[in-house]
Write a protein of this length. Sequence first.
Length: 159
Amino acid sequence: MRILVQRVAEASVTVDGSVVGAIDAGLLLLVGIADGDVPELVPMMCDKIANLRIFEDDNGRMNRSMLDLLAGAEDAGVLVVSQFTLYGDVRKGRRPSFTNAAHPDIAAPMVDACAAWYRAAGLRVAAGVFGARMRVHLVNDGPATLWVDSNEMRRPRRG
């Protein structure tokens, strides 16, 4: 499971000319599910992201998380967008191979589970439409962009 995390001043997703999800300040999460990923990864990944200290404190340092913002009654949202292309393999040839991406029957419920996890945590959540051709508009704040990969999360950190 891979999630590209972008701290945004605003973000929205449009399908067929209609906005289907939008947030003001918060996080845009582009979520990719790999072949072989299991639903048990969702809480681990979502918890990690919700607790990442990537929002500025009063001193301008990245020292607050989404959950800190929620506790402080600040309005911040999460926009969850499925993105199978995060598993594009470009090592051979010129056309990416997406054979490592999970089948939609597996991926769609896991992406939905991500959105549900953030809702259950009390965050304001918007989402794209799985499998639709989407246009994502964002204003990256910082810019602050992080890559969270479940395989990397399981590896030990170098001292």
